[in-house]
Design a protein around this ligand. Sequence first.
Ligand code: 4BW
Length: 149
Amino acid sequence: MISVQSEELDFPKVEELMIPAEKVAHVQIGNPLDHALLVLLKSGYSAVPVLDAKFKFQGVISKSMILEETLGIEQFELNHLNDMTVEKVMDNSVPCLQREHSMIDALHKLIDHPFICVANDEGEFDGIITRRTILKQFSKYYHEIWKRA
Ligand code: 4BW
């Protein structure tokens, strides 16, 4: 059994681990769904942040949310995609973090979400923190602690 004092671990802040806004694929709240689907397919991500025209964080949209919306009674009705906007299908109840939060705050939220958006006091989008980053960080700690034991 390895024991470690929590004060021995210096957990980084979200701002040290996040992917900055300029490297994050996103869509705008007023975009038609066909555009959003194109962004998701081209970027290769299953979900991306939704921003408004002032770059404020509004929610998250995923491929499955869009496909679910196009599912008619018997078939996918893809021709309806340009009649609807991102706002209609996005999830606006997802949590958000600020740059000053600790990695542990991110860890708790990343249990239920693959990524968490980071925004400032005014709600302006700063970037995302992903499950991959946190797992990599914990793997690093684990090996450091193991070496010290
Ligand atoms: O294009 C990719 N490059 C790399 N290096 N890894 C990728 C890429 N696409 C997917 N992955 C891997 C990552 O490990 O597959 C995981 C799941 O991807 P997802 O969810 O289902 O598209 C990735 O895990 P992650 O890095 O922890 O990312 C979690 C989620 O965060 C992704 C995606 O929804 C979002 N995301 C990550 N980087 C993003 C992004 N969204 C927009 N822009 C980015 N740059």
